[in-house]
Design a protein around this ligand. Sequence first.
Ligand code: KG4
Ligand code: ZN
Length: 340
Amino acid sequence: MLLLALESSCDETAVAVVRDGRQILSNLIASQVDLHAIYGGVVPELASRRHLEVINPLVEEALNKAGVQQEDLEGVVVTRGPGLVGALLVGVSFAKAYAYALNISLIGVHHIEGHIQAIQLEEKVDYPFLAVAVSGGHTHLYRVDGIGRYQLLGRTVDDAAGEAFDKVAKMLGLGYPGGPAIDKLAATGNDGGIVFPRPMLKKDNFNFSFSGMKTAVLNYIQRLESPPDTMIIGQISTAFQTAVIDVITQKTLRAAESEGLNRIVVAGGVACNSGLRNKFAELALPNKIDVFFPSPILCADNAAMLTVAGDYYLSQGLSSSLDLNAVSNWPLEQVFNNFK
Ligand code: KG4
Ligand code: ZN
């Protein structure tokens, strides 16, 4: 099945053409980072307007790059939620109009289902597995028994990991988005002896909390006699990233153990983090666990990731109706309330 996929939940407009939920023919991302950087974060209204401007030409480009015609398409897959509702609406409205005009199937997919299943575009990971979805809006642990079959095991009770990276980067004057900047500085491995707390690590559940860690960084900066210089910024970044990674890897491994799962999929924008990738790889071997990471382009927001689930649902005869609406909040466990 040849599918066009659209993603516009936050600050990337993304379009892909994928065959059979496996073969990526094109996977384009128009980033809005420059637009939002001066505000230190995503401005929802600006994001929606930019999606509107770029979606048409990006679809054209994706079809050209894939070497296919509109008429060859058999369905349109779109992120229905969660995300910024105005931004989502651009993709959803475009997808509905496109599916209607071409008289092809429409399917709305959950953004996090896209992230979690993205790995299947690169390598086959058997179910069940444990998924840790770490992005700007999520830090969630799921048992995954198949496409559409998710059981929430734990989640952040406050900030998401990516959000914490972005906020700490802002405190350190590193700009937006903060994750990649902190990742780069932390690669030096020099934390100058700074240790930040590991909230909820000892707790007997699989929930996370990152807001206290962020406050600990703020308190540390405020106690300094002068604004942190480049060396201290690097040390704080390293200490902060190490604390985040410790909590995520240890809790994830514990959850896998408790569920008796020996496969872990790390998904979402924060899964690009090189320290996190290294730490998981290091812990995997002695724990006899296989850890899977999509390539960075499939970890960050992209549209190809939506086609794994989209193709599967359509092949099962499931699709969304033309009154599909965007939703800002949508629990992954209710992914099925989306079909006609
Ligand atoms: O999945 P994603 O692209 O968008 C959402 O669905 O939120 O994730 C974006 C988040 C941002 O918070 C960004 O700072 C973070 O992923 N991120 C990283 C890295 N690359 C992106 N965090 C840590 N290290 C990175 N290398
Ligand atoms: Zn995302």
